[in-house]
Design a protein around this ligand. Structure first.
Ligand code: SIN
Length: 317
């Protein structure tokens, strides 16, 4: 194996036909619509900015406390706070376009009709390269609203969104790890029209303060993210890549280094989202891109695409 110079490594990638200069995106909910992060990193240099999930109406979210530290991770219970679709289109999207970011809009709803309405609203909107459909937020009043926990409900949402969007706008379905068979959900949303999958959203968790003897989060339960869940993300990506090798996958879950990103790509991710790491290292997209280049260079790999899914090619060098 010949070691290359990191500068010779090509990090370009493609997700469902959308070409990106590198595979590193923000994870939904971890950088709002990019403005704050832009103070640290030029967001136009990222593969893409994935927005906080936007719903039809503005929403204040759950009560506080909304976040809790856990060993190697973090719980959040935000409750989909956001400006609503009109607020996003008026204030956030023009800014993202002005700075030259590739924008992936995350949308969320409480019913199939709300998702369809959001997608319909986007029909004449330019400047969004993909729509990530968040069907897996764990912080909802009713577990029945976690559409990604049921293959039929997940497909109903994705089918409705696909039917309303312009065909060239790619649809990513964001899946939950809190299911018995993630492959069944993946198959179902792909059959309904998803162009790709984002895996994984946070896992439902909970922390109790042993002094107050009460739940730490006002919302009682929350979504667990960070390095603690990375092996779960690797497992989900690996299983789905094995079952659906042609379906693009965006891997997300506890990535904090170039080596972590490489691990998810070896499992089958075409691109990577960064979430919890941004809270303590907003420069992480730049650092991790450099580290990924170096990891590939030491392995003699000149093109990122060559390592995607490599862990499936057992016995092949
Ligand atoms: C939240 O806003 O509660 C988190 C959203 C998500 O995990 O999908």
């Amino acid at each position: 194996m010949t070691t290359l110079h990191p500068g010779d490594v090509d990090l370009r990638c493609s997700v469902a036909g959308v070409e990106l200069p590198n595979p590193l995106m923000t994870a939904s909910g971890c950088a709002a619509a990019g403005r704050e992060l832009h103070q640290f990193v030029d967001v136009s240099s990222l593969g893409a900015v994935v927005t906080k999930s936007v719903m039809e109406a503005p929403r204040s979210g759950r009560g506080t406390p909304r976040m809790a530290e856990t060993p190697s991770g973090m719980l959040n219970s935000i409750g989909l706070q956001g400006p609503g679709i009109e607020g996003f289109l008026e204030h956030d999207l023009p800014w993202l376009r002005a700075v030259g970011a590739r924008t992936v809009l995350s949308i969320a709803g409480v019913s199939v009709a709300e998702y369809a309405q959001l997608a319909r609203r986007l029909r004449r909107v330019l400047g969004i390269v993909m729509v990530e459909v968040n069907i897996s937020c764990p912080n909802v009043e009713d577990r029945g609203q976690v559409f990604a926990c049921d293959p039929g409900a997940a497909a109903a949402v994705i089918g409705a969104v696909r039917a309303e969007l312009r065909p060239e706008v790619r649809v990513l379905a964001k899946l939950s790890p809190d299911v018995t068979d993630v492959v069944a959900v993946a198959r179902s949303v792909v059959a309904a029209g998803a162009d790709g999958l984002t895996m994984i959203n946070t896992m439902l968790g909970m922390a109790i303060d042993t002094d107050t003897m009460r739940p730490v989060l006002a919302g009682t339960t929350g979504g667990l993210s960070g390095p603690a869940i990375r092996p779960v993300a690797v497992r989900c990506v690996y299983q789905v890549r094995a079952a659906l090798p042609q379906v693009p996958i965006v891997g997300v879950g506890g990535v904090r280094s170039g080596r972590d990103a490489l691990e998810l790509m070896l499992a089958g991710a075409d691109a990577i989202q960064l979430g919890t790491v941004l809270f303590h290292d907003p420069n992480a997209p730049v650092r991790i891109a450099d580290e990924l280049r170096a990891e590939l260079a030491t392995r003699g790999v000149s093109k990122l695409a060559d390592v995607v899914g490599h862990a499936h090619r057992l016995g092949v060098t």
